[in-house]
Design a protein around this ligand. Structure first.
Ligand code: AMP
Length: 467
């Protein structure tokens, strides 16, 4: 089907053809007519399927009627991360070039005052991360009672990041009669519950099962030692010898690991940028721009920071750490092999990663072939974590729950570089953070941590069991 049959306005159709799109993607084909018919939509789709345009295009068409009032946005899009929010804004600018709509981005890490000034002038489209949105609302600077259309994007990632209580609060601030579009890549029970709460008689649109990895992606795993220095050496060798290498995203499980690996790669003269929740907004934007325009060949990222980012034509994905959640593996490798291009995803596997790899293989229904000899298996319990050789980094210890043991946010002002003296990490007993109570709203940046473990420091110390 062509775009012209979906019921979109002339202005939107003209912007789509300038963008060079010939045919709608399946999610656009299936969702757009229902959105225009003012139905609630439950969209099960990953990034890369064209889901953003599936809501942006009909919204633009609908917003052609009516006008914005001060502090009362007409539509609201909730995104889990600042980058995703910024990406949606870009799409509004691209597809809305024939419209005179006002779009505001309400995200953490940028000036509150500028955002407020924009809200006063009245906005048609508000794109926001939940925490900052509630800050504005609680200060009485924003009224959500005029919202006609609410989009909840990447709902499953909102759940991972602890944003569901915020989303529920926002749900109480928007009118009951609004239209809701709800997008998620996976449908765990908690997301189903939220969807049932938010949606009225929705049309369900599902474009591809989250557990299907694109067939254009060659997946491989490579064995290495458990020591992070071994892993880094393996990664360097993989990058140097990668067939058809153009650029790559290297995924780590924790933001601290992202920073460490980034520094190490720079020392080895690799052209790399890093993306993690501790960077301020301008550093994040600069890193992404450098990677997008080809200045940097490697982007080192955590799952949350990289989630949903639209980076076309990545030739390689390297999993420096095997992801804790098999769903993340699908999302990670989906960053390559896009739009019919081929890609390669290589996972670095240590002797303790056997279970995590098996979980991925169960989910995808495919065995990941080994490059070279398979890793010897070892359980977490059979050997205490080995201390890292470089300064200031601890071994890959895991808690008894199998969760990462040091994924926490560093103390303010503290940087865990390899140059940091070792005594410091030892003295502080790691990077303790206060356990979060259910009532506390996650800090915007803290919530952009990938594994969400918040354990007191004493629980994180490696324990050596006597025989
Ligand atoms: P998304 O899934 O929204 O992250 O979109 C993934 C990419 O697909 C973005 O770069 C879009 O610009 C692009 N895209 C969206 N719709 C189409 C389409 N109908 N034809 C070609 N590319 C598209």
């Amino acid at each position: 089907m062509a775009f012209s049959h979906l019921g979109l306005s002339e202005k939107v159709i003209s912007a789509i053809s300038s963008a060079g799109y010939k045919t709608p993607t399946p999610i656009q084909d299936q969702a757009i007519p229902h959105v225009l018919a003012r139905r609630d939509v439950l969209g099960i789709a990953q990034t890369g399927t064209g889901k953003t345009a599936a809501f942006v295009l009909p919204m633009l068409t609908m917003l052609e009627k009516g006008r914005a009032r001060a502090r009362m946005p007409r539509t609201l899009i909730l995104e889990p991360t600042r980058e995703l929010a910024a990406q949606v804004e870009e799409q509004f600018i691209k597809y809305g070039k024939n419209h005179k709509l006002s779009v505001a981005l309400i995200i953490g890490g940028v000036s509150f005052g500028d955002q407020d000034a924009k809200l006063v002038r009245g906005v048609d489209v508000l794109i926001a991360t939940p925490g900052r949105l509630l800050d504005h609302s609680e200060r009485g600077r924003l009224l959500l009672s005029g919202v006609e259309l609410l989009v909840i994007d990447e709902a499953d990632r909102m759940l991972d990041m602890g944003f569901i209580p915020d989303i529920e609060r926002i749900g109480k601030l928007v009118p009951f009669t609004r239209q809701t579009l709800f997008f998620t890549a996976t449908m765990p029970p908690e997301i189903q519950r939220i969807a049932d709460n938010f949606l009225h008689n929705p049309v369900r649109v599902e474009v591809s099962k989250p557990a299907t990895a694109a067939t254009t992606i060659t997946q491989l795993q490579v064995a290495t030692g458990r020591d992070p220095a071994d892993k880094r050496e393996t990664l360097r060798n993989l990058i140097r010898s990668a067939d058809g290498f153009k650029n790559a995203i290297v995924f780590c499980n924790r933001k601290r690991e992202v920073a460490l690996l980034h520094r190490s790669l720079l020392r080895h003269k690799f052209n790399a940028v890093a993306l993690h929740g501790d960077l301020d907004q301008s550093a994040r934007t600069a890193a992404l721009d450098a990677f997008r325009n080809g200045e940097a060949k490697l982007l080192i990222a955590s799952d949350v920071a990289a989630r949903g980012l639209d980076i076309p034509a990545v030739s390689h994905i390297f999993n420096f750490d095997v992801p804790h959640h098999p769903d993340d593996y699908i999302h990670r490798i989906g960053r390559t092999g896009r739009a019919g291009l081929t890609g390669t995803a290589i996972t670095i596997v240590t002797p303790i990663d056997g279970k995590a790899v098996a979980a991925i293989e169960r989910l995808t229904g495919q065995q990941i072939p080994w490059m070279g000899a398979p890793a010897a298996t070892e359980t977490h319990e059979s050997r205490p974590p080995r201390p890292e050789r470089s300064h200031g980094e601890r071994g890959h210890g895991k808690s008894s729950h199998g969760k990462s043991s040091h994924g926490e946010r560093p103390h303010r002002g503290e940087r865990h570089g390899e140059q940091q003296p070792r005594q410091r990490a030892d003295k502080t007993g790691g990077h303790a953070t206060k356990p979060r109570t259910h009532k506390e709203r996650p800090h915007h940046d803290a919530s952009e941590e990938s594994d969400g473990s918040h354990l007191p420091a004493f629980l994180l110390r490696p324990v050596t069991l006597k025989a």
